[in-house]
Design a binder for this molecule. Sequence first.
Ligand code: 13P
Length: 289
Amino acid sequence: MSLITLRSAMLQAEKGGYAVGSFNFFGLENVQGIIAAAAAKNSPVIAQASPGCVRHMGEKGIVGMVRGISDDYGVPVVLHLDHATDYDTICRCIDNGFTSVMIDASSKSYQENVDITARVVEYAAQCGCSVEAELGHVGGNEEDVTVDERRALFTEPDKARQFVEDTEGIDALAIAVGTAHGFYKLPPKLDFERIAEIHRLIPKTSLVLHGGTGVPEDDFRRAIQLGVRKINIGTELWYCGYGNVMKKYAEEMPYNSDPRKVMAHVREECQKITEHKMDVFGSTGKNLV
Ligand code: 13P
């Protein structure tokens, strides 16, 4: 098995009318759990590393690890760089074998966003790497913004069409439609009409929903029906799959016991969370390789 591009996974998802989960990983057992879920569910999968994860593990280490685990479990994996803002980090990840990168210049001006995204598209094309960009701004739940302030940052459908033309070749676009990163204090209110309109205007660019943790399952299903093809899940794996599991089992461990016993629980929990998302996203059974 091997690493495949986001573009190839997205083409299949568009044909099949489902979304592929893009799961953040933070270490070995957690990415094993994500890929084990793909094997168990016969599902396409995207494993994504944030720039912080790249700093922590190194891009060569990440590529070797994810490629090896893909081989161990016999499933293809899209290896994606999530929310990168720095051109050099992106180029290093592409050079070392990431098959997909996100350039997030969503907090910059429209023109600056276009300029850096177009540079990334040009660089990535030389290696056949896929590119995701962001227009509008998703932001985080921890940010102290009002509902109206958040709405002001939603993706404008006409601007999305212009952005896709101006950047000449992005494969996927992260859109701001009511989700945010982190746990929600109140259930999110997704702007479904906006999703449908953006999909109508840029049908060849895969739409990405960030901030997947805590989104009600019916909202996922509706967003997918309307054209969302990639859904990012981070916080749920970070806390429920990793942090809380380690805390629980590490506290129960005698001081001289095998740390792998704790980490095996991380793998199991991450697999469980990921498998469930694959069922909800409709990607179960859709791995064609
Ligand atoms: P959550 O952490 O809210 O699941 O969002 C993840 C994400 O969008 C990463 O890009």
